[in-house]
Every structure is written in structure tokens, then in C-alpha cells.
Design a protein around this ligand. Structure first.
Ligand SMILES: [Zn+2]
Length: 259
């Protein structure tokens, strides 16, 4: 598998029993129509009040089992999704996260407990997605300790191997046409607007054949070390991100999009 032509992967974050299922369903229908196999980032024990959008969904875990049976990849999305840690993460997009800066023992404990919860509902978590991109070297060691050596994050252009973990890059929050590389588009169905849905719909109409999935990447892509061009892209992205956030703070508008 090479990425001389662009390949895309879709990821949906913040699955928990109190997510909005009605907001998710149009996305589910769209993915089924185009036979897209997304990554679904599932919070095992949500305590983040901002994600308590609706009453707990009837049959939530059975819905997830069906989605996995139809080809979705289940990712472990943190543990409680409560972001009060302030360590410096390897992808420093946010000051407050759940994992970065927390002791390795605690991280192992959260990962183990989270995996147990998902597996107790007969799901098969395959990779880690850190809430707010917050993870550090201790997280990489903790992922090894619990035998989950894949994560979805990073600003490279193809899967890379760092700290003994395969990083499947995630660089987009909306579909944007690219010429080469592997691009993960991360979306949040709870908060996606009608315009964002339409943009995804139009993009899939044109590019559905260019979408890949986690299994295909694991089977065929050979993770490499990050290249100089990856590092340059990452530092340019972080600079743009910080400038945009400062401008938005000045205007007292909340930052939207990157989360
Ligand atoms: Zn999240």
C-alpha cells in the first residue's frame, strides 16, 4: 500500500450512551450508502458533562456491536473524557487533556479498565484515540503494557512508528481534497452542522473509492519513521493553530473545528 495518490479515513469521536443518536444516524446512513468503514472513538466511562447531550440511548451497546459487525473499527477514546491534566503532550494542541502528564501507572489503569468495559460489551477495540490529542511518552509505554500498539493521531502524511506504537495520522476536521498521503478526517456527529454534513456528502460522492479503513492499513501499510517534511508540516500546522486560537481569544469567540 503506498500513498502516492491520496487515501482517506473517516473517524467519528465521542461515542457514549448520552450522545445524540438522531444526529449520528444521517452519518451512519451516508457511510452505509458509500460502504465506508470508519473508526468510531468510544468513551468507555463518560463523565464529561458536555457530552451528555441526550437521555441514555436504549440498546446503545447493541447499536455499537452492529456497527462493528458492519465493518466499523472501534477505538478506545480515553477513559472518562474528563480533561483536567495539564502535562505537555506529544501533539500540543490543547493545554487541558485527560492523559498527558498523568502517571504511567494511572494511564495503564485507565487503559485496562476502558478496554475491559468495551470488551465486556463484546466490542473489540483496536486502537487508541486520546481525548483532545493529549498523550505523552508514558501513554505510548502504557499502550504497550495493555497490548494496544496503535493510535489515531499525528500530523504525518502516512502511518509512522514512534515509541513502538503505530500512529495513523489525523490531520483534517473536514474533507479537503489532497494529492497524496493518508488523511484521516475526524468529525463529531453531536456538533456537526448541516453544512458540514453536506460537505462530507459531496466529498464522498466524488471520492468514496479513495477511502480506506483500519484493517487495510494494518495489513498493507508499512509504518515509517517521521520524515523531515512531516516535521515541517507539523510545526507549520501548530503555528497556524496557535495563531488562530490567539485571534479567536482576542475576539472572545470559541475555537471551533479542531478538538
Ligand atoms: Zn473526544
Amino acid at each position: 500500500m503506498n500513498f502516492d495518490s491520496a487515501c482517506y479515513l473517516l473517524r467519528f469521536d465521542d461515542f457514549c450512551p448520552t450522545m445524540s443518536w438522531p444526529r449520528w444516524q444521517p452519518f451512519q446512513r451516508l457511510l452505509e450508502h458509500y460502504r465506508i468503514r470508519p473508526i468510531l472513538a468510544v468513551i468507555p466511562h463518560n463523565e464529561d458533562a458536555s457530552l451528555m447531550v441526550d437521555e441514555p440511548i436504549n440498546g446503545y451497546w447493541a447499536h455499537l456491536r452492529r456497527l462493528e459487525a458492519h465493518g466499523a473499527t472501534i477505538a478506545l477514546h480515553g477513559f472518562r473524557h474528563v480533561c483536567t491534566a495539564q502535562g505537555k503532550g506529544l501533539i500540543p494542541l490543547h493545554a487541558d487533556t485527560e492523559f498527558a502528564g498523568v502517571t504511567e501507572e494511572q494511564q495503564v489503569e485507565w487503559l485496562r479498565s476502558g478496554l475491559e468495559i468495551l470488551r465486556s460489551h463484546s466490542l473489540h477495540p483496536r486502537l487508541f484515540v486520546a481525548p483532545r490529542h493529549g498523550f505523552d511518552d508514558a501513554t505510548l509505554r502504557a499502550l504497550h503494557a495493555v497490548d494496544l500498539p496503535y493510535l489515531s493521531d499525528g500530523l504525518s502524511h502516512e502511518p509512522v512508528r514512534r515509541g513502538g506504537v503505530t500512529w495513523i495520522p489525523q490531520q483534517l476536521w473536514e474533507p479537503v481534497e489532497q494529492s497524496s498521503g493518508l488523511w484521516t478526517i475526524c468529525m463529531h456527529s453531536n456538533t456537526a452542522t448541516a453544512a458540514q454534513f453536506s460537505r462530507l456528502e459531496r466529498f464522498l460522492k466524488l471520492h468514496a473509492a479513495r477511502f480506506t479503513n483500519f484493517d487495510e492499513i494494518c495489513a498493507h501499510a508499512k509504518p515509517v519513521a517521521p520524515t523531515i517534511s512531516d516535521n515541517l508540516y507539523a510545526s507549520a500546522f501548530l503555528t497556524r493553530f496557535r495563531s488562530r486560537r490567539i485571534m479567536q481569544q482576542i475576539r472572545r469567540a470559541p475555537f471551533s473545528g479542531v478538538s
